[in-house]
Ligand binder design. Structure first.
Ligand SMILES: *Cc1c(COP(=O)(O)O)cnc(C)c1O
Length: 369
């Protein structure tokens, strides 16, 4: 099979190579290639402005900010989270010796269902870790009310929510902290990379210690930190990508419009529409297959697409709660998670990226209608 004919599920946003080369020259001249260099500082400042957040700390990927946020907030015992996410969400709890407690999702959004959180709280619960799945905002108000009532922390895995706003305000300011991933497959990437968003300078300082072995000074180590610093090369790459991310998001928006137009009246296929007041980032385009109405199962459609060189992704399938590490937990039982099971068994994410052209969009649609 000729790979060039394949329509992949994603394609990375890449900076202009000549511009990147200019910045590389600057780094070579500086001879400062990591540890809070000038590009690192510039990218943090630029991201604060772009994302409308007060403080941000860059990381080397999107998993370490999750692990580090839990460390910084001294989260222990049990944490309520969603099974409908990428495995890193739950893994971050496991790496901190925390027991994940899975709660079902709201089928209208794919996000943790606030109505089901309270029943899962025990004397050991210390935090809630929701995910803004596909960049769709969680019900942050309800979640905060529950957290306040029970004295819990809230850490959002906002890996999909780069630039997402509700009524002009960044979704990243919700909860105690929010994490971002700048992995190659995300809307905005630094190849590998990530960040932690926080509300105050004190927390930012603490996080900066933790991502640098716990160093608070030349000879002072204040915590058993880790090494998860972003280097200058990727920070420079990130600065360039930030200049074009709005254009990329708008191009994705146009793809979403075309998919919706073509699929709106296909029996047995559903998808999410935009939510009024929300600035979306079009990070993914999931469709949901109702096998009975559509006349074909999700997997049949998925493999048919694949045969015709259209690579969708069953994202998120299988549920995190089904993996060997977690399936023994009482909360991982499928009877506890009926909506998540249903969504995981019906979803296909269609190819979605800024350079997807009309011919390819048509090829994708042809497979489904
Ligand atoms: C991508 C992703 C992560 C992990 O980010 P990496 O940068 O790949 O480490 C965490 N959570 C979710 C929901 C993700 O999609």
């Amino acid at each position: 099979m000729n790979n060039n004919q394949q329509i992949t599920v994603t394609s990375p946003l890449l900076p202009d190579l000549d511009e990147f080369h200019e910045l590389l020259k600057e780094i070579w001249n500086n001879k400062w290639i990591t540890n809070n260099g000038s590009f690192h500082c510039r990218l943090e400042a630029a991201l604060c402005e772009y994302l409308k957040v007060p403080y941000i700390s860059l990381f080397t990927n999107g998993t370490l900010p999750l692990i580090t946020a839990l460390q910084a907030l001294r989260i222990t015992g049990e944490v309520i989270t969603t099974p409908y996410s990428f495995v890193a969400t739950t893994h971050s709890l496991w790496w901190n010796g925390i027991k994940p407690v899975f709660v079902d999702i709201d089928p209208a959004t794919g996000n943790l269902d606030p109505d089901k959180i309270e029943a899962a709280i025990t004397s050991k619960t210390t935090a809630i870790m929701p995910v803004h799945v596909y960049g769709k905002p969680c019900d942050t108000k309800r979640i905060q009310e529950i957290a306040d009532k029970y004295g819990l922390k809230v850490i959002y895995d906002a890996a999909h929510a780069f630039g997402v706003e509700v009524n002009g305000k960044s979704i990243l300011n919700a909860g105690d902290m929010s994490t971002l991933s700048f992995h190659a497959t995300k809307v905005y990437n630094t190849i590998e990379g990530g960040a932690l968003v926080m509300h105050d300078e004190q927390t930012k300082k603490r996080i900066d210690y933790l991502k640098n072995f716990g160093f608070a000074g030349e000879t002072e180590v204040v915590a058993p930190g880790i090494n998860s610093k972003m280097d200058e090369v990727r920070a420079a790459y990130g600065l360039l990508n930030l200049k074009q991310v709005d254009r990329a998001i708008e191009a994705r928006h146009q793809v979403a419009i075309k998919y919706r137009e073509a699929l709106r009246n296909v029996e047995g296929i559903t998808f999410f529409d935009d939510i009024p007041g929300v600035k979306h980032n079009y990070s993914y385009f999931p469709i949901f297959v109702d096998a009975e109405k559509y006349g074909m199962t999700r997997d049949e459609l998925y493999f048919k697409m694949k045969e015709h060189n259209v690579l969708g992704r069953r994202y998120f399938y299988p549920l995190i709660s089904t993996f060997s590490t977690y399936r023994g937990l009482a909360s991982a039982h499928p009877d506890n998670l009926p909506e998540a099971v249903k969504m995981a068994e019906s979803v296909i994410c269609l190819p979605m990226y800024h350079t997807l052209n009309d011919v390819d969009i048509e090829k994708v649609i042809e497979q489904i209608v």
